[in-house]
Design a protein around this ligand. Structure first.
Ligand SMILES: Nc1ncnc2c1ncn2[C@@H]1O[C@H](COP(=O)(O)OP(=O)(O)OP(=O)(O)O)[C@@H](O)[C@H]1O
Ligand SMILES: [Mg+2]
Length: 229
């Protein structure tokens, strides 16, 4: 019988953790593997971040990621939302996999894998969600069958109504940035597959955009220093 995940409190779920994918602290949540009756799920718990961050920002991040997972519930390359035990945590389906730049046991056929990755990214865009953090390779996972799984939708950008032109412009830009992640990842694992048709970040934003990106990275670094003990 399948586990009714929504009946468990956060404390009960945490008591069934069998593996830590990422330890919380600073501005980071705990990401834990939970096992109950032989079944597995993944808990992302923002309350494990530093107190002030968890208190103020935790619910917003949790809400953003849950909203994206709900929108993408029919998309197979993204985990499904299983429950929201608190306003700062959620539970999702577990996908046995490895991070794309840390493969140990899985060795996908790269040309086929990158076709699937392109299809996966196109699919989330069709569903109205730009991921926005795919250039971080820890967010692309590879299963034993060589399927891509996209996780960590906290930074996502959702497509608005057709009349909302600024939103549509941004969505289009962010979608291009998602696609440029394919080029970046190819550069790390299969350089020879990069062709002229691959999208590079510099072409999307132009010089002002790259300057903005640099500023964004600086802000992220500074806030990480401030929030991380
Ligand atoms: N549904 C899932 N199934 C299997 N593994 C998962 C799942 N969700 C997350 N993971 C693992 O946990 C790691 C961290 O998850 P996630 O990226 O959501 O958290 P994060 O706090 O943003 O971490 P990071 O800052 O390292 O990106 C992933 O890289 C992956 O290895
Ligand atoms: Mg991540």
């Amino acid at each position: 019988m399948s586990v009714n995940w929504s009946q468990y409190s956060l404390e009960q779920l945490r008591a069934h953790a069998t593996q830590t994918f990422r330890e919380g602290g600073g501005s980071r949540p705990d990401v834990l593997l939970i096992e109950i009756d032989g079944q597995k799920a993944v808990l992302k718990d923002q309350s494990a971040a530093d107190k002030m961050f968890a208190l103020l920002v935790g619910p917003v991040l949790n809400w953003r990621e849950c909203k994206a997972l709900k929108k993408l519930s029919n998309v197979s390359c993204v985990p499904n939302l299983l429950g929201k035990p608190t306003s700062r945590s959620f539970l999702m389906t577990y996908h046995q996999s490895e991070q794309i730049t840390k493969l140990e046991h899985y060795h996908p056929e790269w040309p086929e894998f990158f076709e699937k990755l392109r299809a996966a990214i196109d699919e989330i865009h069709r569903a109205g969600v730009a991921h926005n953090d795919l250039r971080n390779p820890t967010n692309t996972l590879v299963t034993a069958n060589g399927e891509p799984i996209l996780v960590d939708l906290v930074a996502c950008f959702c497509r608005g109504q057709a009349w909302n032109l600024p939103n549509r412009w941004m969505f289009n830009k962010f979608s291009q940035v998602d696609l440029s992640a394919i080029t970046k990842i190819k550069g790390k694992v299969a350089k020879e597959l990069i062709t002229d048709t691959d999208i590079v970040a510099e072409d999307i934003a132009g010089r002002p955009g790259m300057a903005l990106k640099g500023l964004g990275q600086l802000i992220r670094r500074v806030s990480r220093r401030l929030f991380t003990k």
